[in-house]
Design a protein around this ligand. Structure first.
Ligand SMILES: [Zn+2]
Length: 292
């Protein structure tokens, strides 16, 4: 599933080209992708609007429109937002089996595409869990999210305060979007390995030094992954807005590497389940009994 670095990569890819473009037509291939309002209102309210900004909050992409509405997009498992510069006849779009929604854009979009025709933003989603929401007040959806891990106001002191009194497993807590926004299974596994913390450790047992290590690991990991355009796994599900893969998969040290030697100590990486999620760790580098 796309996490903060992947969603940020998509947002940046869209921002460069999408701002100033006007939505001339909305084609909904699968109404289930529209979270709100109802599909016909979605089309009516989005058509004719001009994009004034593109951002990210947690795993949501935010597209600001010139009438104050905001288009929120969550990619979930397999969603992709692809900016394409080919012809956009409806019949041609139907040939692409995973296309769920298409926004046709006016010709203000700068493009070096050799084909003349309409640019469009295509929402493709094999598994159909992704959602597009058109909303007046984005806080209705985004207001519940925890802090942004790369924001200036997310300090190590704040992180320490957030962890105090939390008895749940550190891994499950980091996946909770209301606790901290943007992390998913890949980067939580990687951050815990970098910080030498076992995923099952109760959150409030981390020492001040471990909290600092984990804070630094989360921030440096996310920034490094953004710099590489995110992680595209072997399934190829994540694509940047221009259709290219992200290049961070080769930097993953534990995620998906069960049985391979740990980069820190050489013993095999193990896979366990934590809250139904596959969890990868090195039991030597991340001992469970460190502080207990
Ligand atoms: Zn190790």
């Amino acid at each position: 599933m796309p996490e903060l670095p992947e969603v940020e990569t998509v947002a940046r890819g869209l921002r460069a080209s999408l701002i100033g473009s006007t939505v001339t037509k909305v084609i909904i291939q699968w109404p289930g992708s529209i979270g709100a309002p109802d599909p016909s209102s979605f089309v009516q309210r989005l058509t004719g609007r001009t994009v004034t900004g593109v951002g990210r909050r947690g795993k949501w992409i935010t597209v600001d429109l010139n009438d104050g509405q905001v288009l929120l997009v969550h990619l979930r498992m397999t969603g992709q937002l692809l900016l394409e510069c080919t012809e956009c006849p409806e019949e041609k779009e139907r040939e692409r089996s995973y296309t769920r929604v298409v926004l046709c854009l006016d010709d203000s979009l700068p493009t070096d595409c050799p084909e003349t025709g309409y640019a469009h933003l295509r929402f493709s989603d094999m598994r159909k869990f992704g959602r597009l929401i058109l909303i007046d007040n984005p806080d209705d959806v985004l207001g519940q999210l925890g802090p942004e891990p790369l924001a200036d106001d997310f300090t190590v002191e704040r992180f320490k305060g957030m962890l105090a009194g939390r008895r749940g497993r550190i891994k499950s807590l980091l996946l909770n979007q209301r606790f901290l926004a943007g992390l998913g299974n890949i980067y939580v596994n990687e951050a815990l390995w970098r910080a030498h913390i076992h995923p099952l450790r109760p959150a409030d047992t981390l020492s001040p030094n471990e909290v600092r290590e984990l804070y630094g690991a989360i921030r440096s990991l996310l920034q490094a992954a953004i710099n590489e355009g995110g992680t595209t796994l072997a399934n190829g599900n994540f694509k940047q807005a221009n259709g290219e893969a992200g290049a961070f998969a080769g930097h993953l040290v534990v995620y998906g590497r069960e049985g391979e030697p740990c980069a820190g100590c050489g013993i095999p990486i193990e896979r366990i389940k934590v809250g139904q999620r596959g969890t990868y760790l090195c039991t030597r580098c991340q001992p469970l009994s460190a502080v207990e």
